[in-house]
Design a protein around this ligand. Structure first.
Ligand code: PLP
Length: 447
């Protein structure tokens, strides 16, 4: 059977491999709209849009057609050494024109992790070019998810993605408190006091390390894999004031938030960030093909260009950077967003999403229900007043996700004891109801 062959040959990321030998896989065979179907024909609402990525659902024929056409015309061409092709040129122009005003140029890669690693390399290269070879340290947040390649893995602040791997660059990467008032707020602390304290923590860290040693701060506008942390609106403006004071670059990791997830094109807009760099992936192509990118300001680009002239080469990039088929699919994705007014759709249905989410906040098991746009999470607690979690060994969030799956809704266990919700952006109001009905039944089932 497929199950037995999977266990025999396939290694799964983020999986307890021994448990997998017992349990085997959920084999998905096809998708239609926001639904996917397993090999026994059971249907599920994909309440996680795959891994926070299939914005247009699972059956957008235009994307298949865009890929087919490009494969017939020019399936591959490189963009190293002055070579180019039309899909990458059009995509760069279109992405930059959608991006915040500070953004001027695009560098394409194949995954979110590669985008983060490339951003870090470019930042180091840029600082060398500016004659600031000591300004190399990177600050992120605990609970951040920025991917798993070596540099991105250092920046990620989640123990489950770090433990057991040697991550030795301890003098280059630092983590500060994530902006979750619910988990990190002191008793009685107001939102303003909380965000003041976090800005002071960052300021103090930069001063302690030495501002001349700190290059950049990376942040997801809304933290995704770390538990869907929606910061107070006063958070980023205060953080950004600290960064400006110390000449530290602001990198907005838009891998999940980019392209409409939070109700604006960019999480940076929703959260009041003015980025020097942005990393993009996932919804850039609705995940129909792997493609990602690093976007940057004109002044950052000028630094790179000067340094490449001095060295004679910008010595980084991938065989598949700006892959023409992936670029054509991304371009078609962005056209569909425009023509189908996806942003308006998200703004129309997200108040209903928020109502259903907020209502779960009253459930005896839910400590906090949080979200913005079409991304959210419920945090499951044993005791609401003290916010205590269940015994970690119980893995309550995995139980809730498993029950939801039995009720035909795919969701994702995330820290701390939360269940993440991030449906395709095309989801309708009635599908939102079906998704939350499934989650409600799951919560009742484990209560
Ligand atoms: N950055 C963020 C915010 C992410 O959520 C992810 C993946 O979920 C990444 C980076 C890494 O992307 P990838 O898995 O494509 O390497």
């Amino acid at each position: 059977s497929l199950h037995a062959r999977d266990i025999e040959y396939t290694i799964h990321p983020y999986t307890n491999l021994r448990a997998h030998e017992e349990q085997g896989p959920l084999v998905i065979t096809r998708g239609d709209g926001v639904y996917v179907f397993d090999d026994e024909g059971k249907s599920y609402i994909e309440g996680m849009a795959g891994l926070w990525c299939t914005s247009l659902g699972f059956s957008e024929k235009r994307l298949a057609e865009a890929a087919r056409k490009q494969m017939e015309v020019l399936p591959y061409s490189q963009i190293f050494s002055h070579r180019s092709h039309e899909p990458v040129i059009e995509l760069a122009e279109r992405v930059v024109s959608m991006a915040p005003a500070s953004i001027a140029k695009a560098f394409f890669v194949n995954s979110g992790s590669e985008a983060i690693d490339t951003a870090i390399k470019l930042i180091w290269y840029y600082q060398n070019g500016r004659g600031k070879p000591n300004k190399k340290r990177i600050i992120g947040r605990r609970r951040a998810y920025h991917g798993i390649t070596i540099a991105a893995g250092h920046l990620t602040g989640l123990p489950y993605a770090r433990t057991g791997f040697d991550l030795p660059m301890s003098d280059r990467f630092f983590h500060v408190t994530p902006p979750s008032l619910y988990s990190e707020g002191n008793p009685g602390e107001t939102e303003e006091q909380f965000t003041d304290r976090l800005a002071t923590e960052l300021d103090t860290l930069i001063i302690t390390l030495g501002p001349d040693t700190v290059a950049a701060f990376f942040a997801e506008p809304v933290m995704g894999a770390g538990g869907v942390i929606v910061p107070p609106l006063s958070y980023f403006p205060k953080i950004q004031a600290v960064l400006r004071k110390h000449d530290v670059l602001m990198v907005s990791d838009e891998v999940i938030c980019g392209f409409g997830r939070t109700g604006n094109w960019w999480g940076a807009e929703t959260m009041g960030i003015e980025p020097d760099l942005m990393t993009i992936a996932k919804q850039l192509s609705s995940a129909y093909l792997p493609i990602a990118g690093v976007l940057m300001s004109q002044s950052f680009y000028e630094g790179l260009a000067d340094q490449s002239a001095a060295i004679g080469n910008l010595g980084t990039g991938y065989t598949y950077s700006g892959h023409p088929v992936a670029a054509a699919v991304a371009l078609e994705t962005l056209r569909i967003y425009d023509e189908d007014e996806i942003l308006n759709h998200v703004r129309e249905v997200s108040p209903h999403f928020k109502r259903r989410l907020d209502a779960l906040g009253g459930h005896p098991l839910v400590g906090e229900a949080r979200g913005v746009g079409l991304i959210g999470a419920v945090e499951i607690v044993k005791d609401k007043a003290s916010k205590t979690h269940f015994d970690p060994a119980i893995k309550i969030n995995a139980q809730v996700a498993a029950q939801a799956q039995a009720h035909g809704v795919i969701l994702r266990p995330v820290p701390i004891d939360s269940v993440g919700i991030c449906p395709p952006l095309i989801i309708t109001r009635s599908e939102i109801d079906m998704m939350f009905d499934g989650l409600e039944k799951a919560l009742d089932g484990v209560a």
